[in-house]
Each structure stands twice: as structure tokens, then as C-alpha cells.
Design a protein around this ligand. Sequence first.
Ligand SMILES: Nc1ncnc2c1ncn2[C@@H]1O[C@H](COP(=O)(O)OP(=O)(O)O)[C@@H](O)[C@H]1O
Ligand SMILES: C[C@@](O)(CCOP(=O)(O)O)CC(=O)O
Ligand SMILES: [Mg+2]
Length: 387
Amino acid sequence: MEVRARAPGKIILVGEHAVVHGSTAVAAAIDLYTYVTLGFPTPSDNDDTLKLNLKDVDLEFCWPVGRIKEVLPDLGSHTTSSPSSCSLETIKAIASLVEEQNIPEAKIGLASGVSTFLWLYTSIHGYKPAKAVVNSELPLGSGLGSSAAFCVALSAALLALSDSVTLDFSHQGWQMFEDSELELVNKWAFEGEKIIHGKPSGIDNTVSTYGNIIKFKSGELTRIKTNMPLKMLITNTKVWRNTKALVAGVSERTIRHPKAMDSIFSAVDSISSELASIIQSPVTDDLAITEKEEKLEELMEMNQGLLQCMGVSHASIETVLRSTLKYKLSSKLTGAGGGGCVLTLLPNLLSGTVVDKVIAELESCGFQCYIAGIGGRGMEISFSGSS
Ligand SMILES: Nc1ncnc2c1ncn2[C@@H]1O[C@H](COP(=O)(O)OP(=O)(O)O)[C@@H](O)[C@H]1O
Ligand SMILES: C[C@@](O)(CCOP(=O)(O)O)CC(=O)O
Ligand SMILES: [Mg+2]
């Protein structure tokens, strides 16, 4: 028996970083997924190892389960139904298991993902041999929530093969979890995000688990139903950055300038609440849509200005802003910033020719553009016969 789980990436429409400090943010799932396939060997395979294959980055890992037990002796009696945080001591022990695998220097940024795998795996399945394969349609480290999609898909696959969820093994194709099971996936994924991000708000794993568009504040989500078409161009500057370092940088700035940063976070909170109410309110005709789009554009620009104040913009992001502004289009960074991806609102009545021109200009700068479907499905799983 083999399970395959998939979890979507996300865009943050407004409120990144400020959401870590208690402000409201609005995020939407996108139709680009991370997939995790998990299977246990049969006794006749005579395989006593835990294997991880990260296909996107062409890395394979293999640990004898006896070695994992030796380094992490306390993780055998797992409590699948009550997710717990990875202690500093355990993170250090896990890091030694990752180091033994000699990740090439150029790919060392992936070590946190591998540590997360080991923590989630041993917490849920102890020292059982298994093979996990990961592949993703998302660019990694670009602001589209690849870390959360990885944690959600991994938690879903692990829980699907545990006693904590009841599933229909004969179901063909993708199936969803029950609400209480989704909650469990989300909690485990959040524990995984903590290893990758340091101090995540939880918005990325929550939108990846539940899908749709969500408003998120202090760990609480509200599902949002849009009443207007929402089309976004996503531009990947291809400048790789690390969310953990950017989140830590904003926290340090907050310690240096608490009052000023509080005002910024509170302004972001108002922007996010206003944006959420605009996209939810009813629309009657094209004119009403255009009026709403103009307000959204203004709110996105204001949010971008505040992200600059937080110190998370980047020269590559500014280049995208300037290029899109030439076509009177508004943009803002999405995710942690410092490079990564930028969102541009594409108004409903904008001609296809203009869209093509903007994309051509951005791609001539070496950037990569996507128009992803937004507000779609959350995590799902599917079963296939024997491994
Ligand atoms: N498909 C994947 N395979 C391995 N590691 C992954 C994968 N997706 C995400 N990760 C982990 O998440 C990290 C990127 O997370 P982060 O810096 O939060 O950026 P983002 O979430 O915006 O893509 C990677 O360095 C890696 O550790
Ligand atoms: C900056 C932040 O708001 C979003 C980070 O998203 P990403 O990892 O850059 O996709 C951090 C968080 O909310 O945990
Ligand atoms: Mg991330």
C-alpha cells in the first residue's frame, strides 16, 4: 500500500510578516502542488532503512532505522494525535543525522527540510522502515509557500498511513480528510514549519491544508468567499532567499523600533481587513468590479510600501514594480520578500495584448511569470496498490 498526498502553495494577497506579529493577513491557495509518496517495505524486501528522495533537487537520503533509534532514542513512543514541538536538543540530534548524509554545500539550504522530514516521520511512525518521495511544482524558497506545502503533504501522507485517520482505501483518485483530521494535519505541519521558519505565523500551512482564500489572524482562520474575479500575475525574480532569516530580520527591527513597527503592523491590519471586506462584498456589474479593483490596487501598493519599511523588499522586486507600473498595473511582493515572487493584479477588463507585453518585458529581465489559478483545493490524498 502506497499513499500519495498533495498540498498546494499559496500567495499572500496582503499582510505577510505583519501576520507573524499578530496582524490580519489574507492568503489564497494556488494550483501548484507539492507531492509526497510514502510506502512501507514488505518483510520480504528485507529493508531496514528510512529513505527520502527529494526529486526536485536530485537528492537521496538513507538512514538505517537502528541509527535513527540510537540518535533519537526518545521518539519511539509517538503520540500521533497530539502534535508537539521539536525541542532544541532534538533539533541538534536530528541535525547530526542530516550532516552524516553530506549534503553538497550548494544545496545546504535544504537541510532544514530534511530535518523536518526526520522529525515528522519519527514522531508519527517511530523507527519503522519506509520510503518517501517528494516532488513539487512550486519554486523552492520563492515566497509561494513551498515549505508549508512540503510540511502539509508530508504530514498528510504520514497520518494517512497511521491509526489516527479513517480513510476509504478503495476510493479512486484524490480524497479529502474529515475536518478533525485536517486540523491534525495542520497542527503537525505547523510544527514542521517551525523547524524551517523559526517563528511561522501558521498562515501558510493553514491555507495549504484547507485551500480556498482565508483571512488569518493570531492563529485563527476565517474562510473567505470572493464575489469578484481575482486574477494575479506571479513573477518569480529567481532571487533565492530564506524565510527564516527575513522573519528574524523583521523581529530585530521591531526590537530596535518597537513603536514605529507597531504602527506599521497596525496599518497592515487595517489594509488586510479592508481588502477582505472588498473581495467579499457583492458586485452588480463591470463598473463595480473596476471600482473594487482600483481599491485593491491601492491597498496592494500601500502594503508594498509598508513591507519596504519592514526592510524586506529587494532591488529585483523594485524592478518588477517599475516594469508593471509602466502599464499602470499595481504590484507587491508576496511571501517573505528579499527576492522571491511579486504579485501583480490583472484587472478584469485588461486586454490580453497588454498582459502579453508585460510578461514579455518581465521575462526579458530574466524573471519567470505564472498566472496561477487561485483559491482552489487544499490538501488531498490518494491510494495506489502495493509499493
Ligand atoms: N519539495 C521540497 N523538497 C525539499 N525541501 C523542501 C521542498 N519544499 C520546501 N522545502 C524546504 O523549505 C525551504 C524553503 O522554505 P522557505 O524559505 O520558507 O521558502 P518558501 O516557503 O517561500 O518556498 C527549502 O530550503 C527546504 O528546506
Ligand atoms: C513572511 C511570512 O508571513 C510568510 C512567509 O512565506 P514564504 O515562506 O516566503 O512562502 C512568514 C509567516 O507568516 O510565517
Ligand atoms: Mg516558507
